[in-house]
Write a protein that binds this ligand. Structure first.
Ligand code: PMP
Length: 430
C-alpha cells in the first residue's frame, strides 16, 4: 500500500504540531507507532486517504460518526447553519429544539446545558455534584476514561480502596487524593470504598456500559447496587454517556439497563460530528449551575448554531425506524464471522459486542474489567491492526478500543471486512 503522502504530511506535522497530532491516540501509540493515515474524504461507511487508498471505517471518529461520513441530512443542516452564521453569542431557537429533543429521548434529564466536548461535560458534572453536596471526593472506576480534566486523570492507589494518584504530569497530587478508583463490576470493592469514604463522597462517575477498555457491560445488578450504595451515603450518581448516548438505542444506556442516574454527561453522537458536549439531570441539582446557582460554568462556543443543527439532524436520522436493528444485525454478522475465522485458524480471541459496537480481544479469558482488558495480547492486536489497515479496513489503533458500525455500513461491507479478517488471521496463524 502506498502511503507516501501520509508519510510526508506526518513528517511536516511533527515539525509544527506537538507529536504531529492533535490527540495522542492518533499517533498509533497503542499499536507501537507508525505513520498515521491522513484521510481526505469520507462518504458513508468509507473514507479515502491522501494517497488514493480506500478504507471501510470502523473507527467512527472514536464514536460520533454513527450515520456514516457526510450523511446528506446532516450535511444539509450544517450547510444551512454555515450560510446563516455559525456563532452569535446570543441564544437561538435551535437550542430549545435540541434540549426538548434530548429530554424526550432521555427521561432523567429535567434540565440540560450544552457545552463543547465530553471533557467539559464530565468536568462540570463533577463541579455540580461538589456544589450540590458540599463534599469533595469522587469515585470512579479503573480504566474508564472521562476526558482530560484534572479530577479524572487519576489512577488507582495501591489497593482497591485507597485514594488516587495522578495519572498525568501536571495533575496536582492534592486533586488526585480526592478521587478513589475501584475496579468495574466489583460490588465488594465499591462497597468497601463507600464504607470508608462515603460520607465525604460528592459523586460517583460511571460509564454504564464501558466503552473505554472495549465494550464491557455491567454485571446483572451491579449498577443498581452502585446507585443504592451511593444514595445511602447522600452522594450523586453521574453517568458518563459520552460514548453510550444514542449508541445502542434511541436514548441512553440508562434506559437499556433500567437504572437512572442523578446526572448524565453526553457528547460525541449528539453533535452529529461537530464539537459538542452536554450535561443534565434532576432539576434541583442542575439549578446549582450559573446563572441560577453558585456553580460556575460558561462557554463562548456553547450551544453554537452549527453544532445544534448537526446534532438535531443526527437524532432525526437515528430516530428512523430500523436504525438500531440494522446496527445490531450487522454487528451480529461481524461477531459471528470473526469467531468462525478465529476458530478455523486456531486463534484465541474474545468478542464483546452490544448492538453495532464490538471489541475483539486477543485472549482466551472473558473481559469484565480494566485488568482483564489490560492483560490481553497487545502485540497480536498490533499485528492484526496493521494487516487490516493494509487490506483497507480502518480500526481504532488500540487493543481495547471498540469497532463502531454506522447506519451507512452494509452487508457487503461486512463481507469484505470478514474476508480481510480471515486472510489476516490466516497470516497470523502461520
Ligand atoms: N467520556 C467518555 C466516556 C469518553 O469516551 C470520552 C472521549 N473518548 C470523553 C468523556 C471525553 O470526550 P471529549 O474527547 O469529547 O472531550
Amino acid at each position: 500500500m502506498n502511503i507516501e503522502t501520509s508519510e510526508l504530511l506526518f513528517r511536516e506535522a511533527e515539525e509544527h504540531i506537538v507529536g504531529g497530532v492533535n490527540s495522542p491516540s492518533r499517533a498509533y501509540k497503542g499499536v507501537g507507532g507508525g505513520t498515521p493515515i491522513y484521510m481526505e474524504r469520507g462518504e458513508g461507511s468509507r473514507f479515502y486517504d491522501v494517497d488514493g487508498n480506500e478504507y471501510i471505517d470502523y473507527l467512527g471518529a472514536y464514536g460520533p460518526i454513527i450515520t456514516g461520513h457526510a450523511h446528506p441530512h446532516i450535511t444539509k443542516a450544517i450547510t444551512k447553519a454555515a450560510e446563516t452564521g455559525v456563532l452569535y453569542g446570543t441564544p437561538t431557537a435551535l437550542e430549545n429544539t435540541f434540549a426538548k429533543k434530548l429530554k424526550a429521548a432521555i427521561p432523567s434529564l429535567d434540565k440540560v446545558r450544552f457545552v463543547n466536548s465530553g471533557t467539559e461535560a464530565v468536568m462540570t458534572t463533577i463541579r455540580v455534584a461538589r456544589a450540590y453536596t458540599g463534599r469533595n471526593k469522587m469515585i470512579k472506576f479503573a480504566g474508564c476514561y472521562h476526558g482530560h480534566s484534572d479530577p479524572v486523570l487519576v489512577a488507582a492507589g495501591s489497593g482497591p480502596s485507597t485514594l488516587g494518584t495522578p495519572d498525568s504530569a501536571g495533575v496536582p497530587a492534592s486533586i488526585a487524593a480526592d478521587v478513589i478508583t475501584v475496579p468495574f463490576n466489583d460490588v465488594e470493592a465499591f462497597r468497601e470504598a463507600m464504607d470508608k469514604y462515603g460520607d465525604e463522597v460528592a459523586g460517583v462517575l460511571v460509564e454504564p456500559i464501558v466503552g473505554n477498555f472495549g465494550i464491557v457491560e455491567p454485571k446483572e445488578g451491579f449498577l443498581q447496587q452502585v446507585n443504592d450504595l451511593t444514595h445511602e451515603k447522600g452522594a450523586l450518581v453521574i453517568y458518563d454517556e459520552v460514548i453510550t448516548a444514542f449508541r445502542f438505542t434511541y436514548g441512553s444506556a440508562q434506559q437499556l439497563l433500567g437504572v437512572e442516574p442523578d446526572m448524565t454527561a453526553m457528547g460525541k453522537i449528539i453533535g452529529g460530528g461537530l464539537p459538542i458536549g452536554a450535561y443534565g439531570g434532576r432539576a434541583d441539582i442542575m439549578e446549582q449551575v450559573a446563572p441560577l446557582g453558585p456553580a460556575y460554568q460558561a462557554g463562548t462556543m456553547s450551544g453554537n448554531p452549527a453544532s445544534m443543527a448537526a446534532g438535531i439532524a443526527c437524532l432525526e436520522v437515528l430516530e428512523q425506524p430500523g436504525t438500531y436493528e440494522h446496527l445490531d444485525h450487522l454487528g451480529a454478522l461481524l461477531e459471528e464471522g470473526i469467531h468462525q475465522s478465529a476458530d478455523s485458524h486456531g486463534l484465541q480471541i474474545r468478542v464483546n459486542r452490544l448492538g453495532g459496537a464490538l471489541t475483539v480481544y486477543f485472549t482466551d479469558k472473558s473481559i469484565e474489567n480494566y485488568e482483564d482488558a489490560e492483560n490481553t495480547d497487545g502485540e497480536k492486536f498490533a499485528t492484526f491492526f496493521k494487516k487490516m489497515l493494509e487490506k483497507g479496513i480502518n480500526l481504532a489503533p488500540s487493543k481495547y478500543e471498540a469497532w463502531f458500525l454506522t447506519t451507512a455500513h452494509t452487508e457487503e461491507d461486512i463481507d469484505q471486512t470478514l474476508k480481510a479478517v480471515d486472510q489476516t488471521f490466516a497470516e497470523m496463524a502461520r
